[in-house]
Design a protein around this ligand. Structure first.
Ligand SMILES: Cc1cc2nc3c(=O)[nH]c(=O)nc-3n(C[C@H](O)[C@H](O)[C@H](O)COP(=O)(O)OP(=O)(O)OC[C@H]3O[C@@H](n4cnc5c(N)ncnc54)[C@H](O)[C@@H]3O)c2cc1C
Length: 343
């Protein structure tokens, strides 16, 4: 069995690993090759803080999002319990989601994280003391960050160690590549690249700008869920201050106005940041789509499975989506096998 995964970002690598590990576990011959225009540290995921939490997923069914994100949470829990946690950038972290209006009702994930509770009025009053922004409601819970700048190299190492191959190459047209190559299955995980390589005009960029500070005294996440609210997410060696979500904006340059809004907004929440050291700014384009696409497009002799359009949740859904990709591949192979044996 020869499989090609196109796209070596946070959606592609877990597919490559799960396919390779599954076929090896049943002692079935398998060759998995990842083709990617770029790898870590040059993918969209690399600049993100990697906080677990479904975000910007359009009309994607909450049931599917729940299943995928729960699976990733379980995967992170497994890593966190091993000595690999530091290398993979997986940290257990307390979070507060606050708002000056009302919080969106995202009940479906609240039992996946640990100990989710509303903040009491007393806690809100204490938090608001001396601050301009008066938060009127909030919740707190514990979840994981899996910093992609560490998680991606960890996944690449795991894949290569088991014999997986990685090629740096852009694939302009997936259908042509499928027809002209001797791969039996192709998994498309090209994110925003799907706009071109499979001509998906439903794909659009959601620009995100962030700023990184050295502030190793911040140990918890604060998310201001008000419109255009800021967020503060600690990673292993820096703290991510965010952020923007500009739909249909392709500009990958740092915008000084956005930078000011981010820094001023975060300082209002944590005034001590005024004394912290600025490290760098970063811009990435989230792969936006009204509905995440995870489906088989072409079955039969050659299989084409899509897994893209993860919006602001590519890290959160990575392991769960890859598990579904593997199930689809297994199902397609079984159908092929049955059809062959009937002939
Ligand atoms: C500022 C910011 C903060 C974020 N924070 C979080 C967060 O805290 N938690 C979270 O879950 N998500 C977060 N995200 C979202 C997350 O980064 C994305 O959802 C995720 O990166 C999507 O992963 P992907 O692998 O599908 O796409 P990408 O990361 O874009 O990877 C696509 C890969 O495909 C390759 N490729 C593309 N086209 C081709 C082609 N034609 N041929 C060959 N290779 C190709 C690319 O080189 C790349 O390697 C954030 C995003 C931004 C911008």
């Amino acid at each position: 069995m020869r499989v090609a995964v196109i796209g070596g970002g946070i959606s592609g690598l877990p597919c490559a690993i799960q396919i390779l590990e599954y076929f090896k576990s049943i002692s079935s011959p398998i060759e998995v090759t990842v083709y990617s225009e770029a790898y870590s540290p040059n993918t969209t995921g690399d600049g993100s803080a990697g906080l677990w939490g479904p975000y910007l997923l359009g009309r994607t069914s909450p049931d599917r999002v729940r299943r995928w994100s729960k699976r990733m949470h379980d995967f992170l829990e497994q890593i966190w319990l091993t000595e690999d946690a530091a290398e993979a950038g997986v940290c257990l972290i307390p979070c507060m989601r606050l708002s000056t209006s009302t919080l969106q009702d995202n009940d479906f994930w609240k039992d996946i994280v640990y100990g989710c509770q509303p903040l009491t009025q007393r806690q809100l009053d204490d938090f608001n003391k001396g601050k301009e922004n008066k938060f009127t409601c909030g919740i707190h819970f514990i979840t994981y960050t899996s910093e992609p700048a560490k998680l991606l190299p960890y996944l690449m190492k795991r894949f290569e160690k088991q014999g997986g191959k990685m090629v740096q190459q852009r694939i302009d047209n997936l259908e042509e590549f499928l027809s002209n190559s001797n791969f039996e299955a192709i998994i498309n995980c090209t994110g925003l690249g799907s706009k071109e390589c499979v001509k998906d005009c439903e794909m659009y960029p959601v620009r995100g700008q962030v700023t990184r500070y050295k502030a190793n005294w911040i140990y918890y996440v604060i998310l201001d869920e008000s419109d255009d609210g800021n967020y503060i997410i600690p990673n292993c060696d820096s703290v991510v201050l965010g952020g923007t979500h500009q739909v249909n904006d392709n500009n990958t340059n740092v915008c000084p106005n956005d930078k000011k809004l981010i820094i001023d907004g975060c300082r209002k929440i944590v005034p001590g940041l005024a004394h912290a050291t600025h490290l760098y700014d970063w811009v990435g384009l989230r792969p936006g789509r009204d509905c995440l696409r995870l489906e088989v497009e072409r079955a039969g002799k050659k299989i084409l499975i899509h897994n893209y359009g993860h919006g602001g949740s590519g890290v959160t859904l990575a392991w769960g989506c890859a598990a579904d990709v593997l199930e689809l591949l297994k199902r397609e192979l079984q159908i092929r096998h049955l059809t062959k044996s009937k002939l």
